[in-house]
Structures are given as C-alpha cells and as structure tokens.
Design a protein around this ligand. Structure first.
Ligand SMILES: [Zn+2]
Length: 469
C-alpha cells in the first residue's frame, strides 16, 4: 500500500518536551502540525532473501496434489491413499516432514486432532478434525505468528462428503501459501515462534481454526497476528475482471471477542473504531507487500469478512487475537462450493486449471515478508498509554521498555483520524519510553508505538490505551 508522501514544511524535527525530541518553536503561523518522517517500512535485505526463495513450482505442485484427492470434505474418506481428506492430510504432513528432515531440527511437524460429535449443524457423524502444524520455534516462544490455510473443501451441498470437490482455489491455494511459507522460513531463527497451519473443518463452521486458537489461548500464548490465506488463486472473477496485482486484506475494526456471559464484547478500543489489533496487523501486512513484490497492492478492506462468508481468522478474533484474512480481489462464484459440472456451456467447480499459480506465489511472498519481519522483530511495546489526565494541545505517550539487547529504539506512527493508514513516523531512542508530541492534539490525531531492532525490523504497532491517573 502506498501511503501518501509526507509533507515536510519548515519544521526541523518533531517535538518532545519531557523526553525525546526537541520542541519545535511556534512560528507566527502556529505550531508545525504536519506529519514528520516517512512511515513506509524499510526494505530489509534478510526479508528480501527469504521472499526470493518462494517457488511458484512448489505452490503449483501442492495445489495440484491437493485437488487430485477428489474431495477433501471434512467428513470424507480417511483410509484411501488416493481420495479424501485423510489422504490429503497425509500428503501435507509428509511434504512438511520432508522439509523438516533437512532443517537440522529447526522445523517441527505436529498434528493436533479431536473428534467432533454430530452437532445438528454441519457435522452429521463423529469426525476427526485434524490440524497439521509446522513450527519454527522462536527464542521468545510465548509469542506466536500464525500463517494458516484450510485444506478441507466442499461441493455444492455442504453435507455431501462423496462428490468431487477439488477445492483448488478454496483453499488448496491458501494451504499451499502456508506450506510454502514454512519451507522458505525453515531457517528463520525468529524471536517469536512461526506456526504454519493447515486446518480442516473450515467449511463446517471453522472447526479446525477454533481448535487451534483455543489451544494457543489455553497455552497462554500471545498471538502477534494470525493471517489466513483463503481463496488466493487469482481467478477471473464472476465480474469478468482479473487483477493479478491486487490482494484483499479483511480485518475487523471493533473486536468481535472475547465475550462475556451476555455475549457482550469485553475488549473495547477507546478513541478509535479503526485501530483494533487486527487492523494494526492488516496495515502492517499491507505496508510491506509492495516493498517485496513490486507493483503489488494490498487493498485493505475495513470489515471482518465478506457478506454471507466467514473465515478462520474469525476463530482467532473471537478469542481476542489479532487476525486478518487474505482473499483475491475478484471471486468467481461458479468456482466456489460448486459441483464439478458443465451446464449450458458454463463450467462449474473449483479446479486447478482456473488457478493462477504465479498470483498465489505473489501472495506467498507478501505473507513471508510480513510474517518473517513480525517474528524476527522485537516484541511490540507493552502498556502503551496516551496521557489524558489534562486538557492540553499536545500528546504525551508512554510505554514500558523493551528488553531486547539489540533494540534500536521505538517509533510513534501517526495519522489524522480520517486517514486509513499511517502518514507520519517519529523515531524515539531506546533509552526513552515517553514522548511529547507538541502541536499534535490527541483529539485530532491517532497514534501507535512500534519497537525497532538494530537491523531495522519493526514490530507491529500498538494503539495506546488512555492513561486516566
Ligand atoms: Zn475457504
């Protein structure tokens, strides 16, 4: 995403009184109030090196293999070697184990499963829900970056576990993105753990992702963000359009969870309905994509998902985790959740012939860039607060010091309240945990604070909570 170039009027540097930056003198025209510092992230060589490893051929092979199992319906055959969801997940597991075998122990492959009993909804017989996970353990394993795709598929009837449902786009494409990300990040040596997931039961109400999200919650993990790639095949849309350099990124603005006993959302974001952790993560993702895939645009969609549809990010949102969904810009409804048939010269069904593998590879490159930088970066600053104890024309922000030895410092991102993405950035040295932005009224601007290491890797930024006393 291209952010507008910041205007640099006659100001030298941003303000700071108590702590950091030298105050800008008031001019006869008033305080300097324009954004200062370009918020565009730096293009980092180690990130670019990982991105360059993404292989379109690997992605194509994965999608064709998954589509070749006929159906991957969650309740389908599990014993056959050639058909059904059992064969599909053995393929995923074996392919990831092949990567792990050459990783000198850095990549661990796990399956986690439970039996889902008939629920009167979309599961009609006891069914094993199996998530296949590939894990690159970080040095700070309490924090986890999750990249996910769902490997189950459905034909037209959601309960039909026998008809063909190749699911090449929905969602062998996203599964291939998660698997390819695991392959290229196998030697990442991240701070936060990288968890790549192929989940099932998505079409039966997000079962596999709910199971995964709950297991992370129960283990007290902090999810940096979860990205689900779901329908990233780059097809020609039902509208006849094809945009091979655009990807949509859906994120919730108001947290959907967790909820109390009455179903009310417990977490609120004060002072903005556009700055929930998921929205910050979506901006973080979008800002990096064009640095590593030139000409590629991530189109931020400020809603949790499309109408009538859901996705695995919702399972994470519902437990209070930051999560967003990646989906092609123009969906083709003849090729989703359809039987493979031809009627009146019109082809239905989700087949690999209709997937643009080079597009899927671009999506994977964007995912690798953001997931790797987020996992390699310092932790996001904690206890970020905006001082609201007094009526002032300025803004004072405070946070807790990070503990990383190679911390370079912090940065405050800012934008006016009507702006969709950050328009300015002020750097703060590592020995400071407070900044006063003179001339930036907290009523007129939105802020977030990120941490930066010596290599220039930036954490996802944190929106401040009000400091009342
Ligand atoms: Zn899907």
């Amino acid at each position: 995403m291209k952010t507008p170039a910041p205007r640099r009027p006659f100001i030298a540097r941003a303000a700071a009184v108590v702590a950091v930056l030298v105050a800008v003198a008031a001019t006869p025209e008033g305080f300097a109030q324009e954004p200062i510092g370009d918020p565009t992230p730096a293009r980092l060589s180690d990130v670019a090196e990982k991105v360059a490893r993404v292989s379109e051929k690997e992605i194509e092979a994965t999608i064709r293999a998954l589509a070749g199992f006929g159906t991957r319906h969650t309740m389908s055959e599990t014993e056959s070697r050639t058909r059904g969801i059992g064969a599909a997940r053995r393929f995923i597991r074996e392919k990831l184990e092949g990567v792990a075998a050459e990783s000198e122990g850095r990549l661990r492959v796990e399956t986690r499963a439970y039996v889902h009993e008939p629920d009167g909804r979309r599961i009609s017989k006891p069914t094993e829900i199996v998530d296949v996970l590939a894990i690159v353990e970080g040095t700070d394993p309490d924090r986890v970056v999750v990249v996910s795709g769902h490997y189950d598929s459905i034909p037209k009837n959601v309960m039909d576990f026998e008809s063909d449902a190749p699911g090449a786009n929905d969602d062998a494409s996203g599964t291939a993105v998660a698997m390819e990300s695991a392959r290229v990040l196998v030697d990442a040596r991240p701070r936060a753990t990288l968890l790549f997931a192929a989940v099932s039961g998505e079409e039966q109400s997000l079962l596999g992702s709910a199971f995964l999200a709950k297991s992370l919650k129960d283990a007290n993990k902090s999810v940096v963000f979860m990205a689900t790639a779901d329908i990233v095949g780059g097809s020609v849309g039902s509208n006849g359009r094809r945009e091979p350099n655009v990807l949509r990124c859906f994120s919730e603005g108001i947290p959907s969870g967790p909820k109390d006993a009455r179903g009310r959302v417990l977490r609120t974001i004060e002072g903005s309905d556009n700055d929930a952790p998921s929205r910050q993560a979506a901006r973080y993702f979008a800002a990096r994509a064009p640095l590593y895939v030139p000409g590629f645009e991530v189109r931020l969609v400020f809603r949790q998902d499309r109408y009538l549809r859901g996705g695995d990010h919702r399972s994470f949102n519902d437990l209070g985790f930051a999560a967003f969904r990646l989906t092609e810009p123009n969906e083709n409804y003849d090729r989703q959740h359809q039987d493979v048939v031809e009627r009146d010269g019109r082809r239905f069904g989700d087949r690999p012939e209709d997937v643009d593998f080079s597009y899927v590879a671009k999506v994977a490159r964007c995912v690798v860039a953001a997931a790797y930088e987020a996992a390699a970066a310092p932790a996001s600053p904690k206890q970020v607060r905006v001082d609201v104890r007094a009526l002032t024309p300025d803004t004072t922000l405070r946070w807790e010091a990070n503990s990383e030895a190679d911390l370079r410092g912090y940065a405050v991102l800012h934008r006016r309240t009507h702006e969709p993405t950050w328009t300015g950035r002020v750097e703060v040295p590592k020995d400071k945990t407070e900044v006063v932005l003179q001339g930036f009224s907290k009523d007129d601007w939105l802020f977030a604070v990120e941490a930066v290491d010596a290599a220039g890797r930036r954490s996802p930024p944190v929106y401040p909570t009000p400091q009342m006393r």
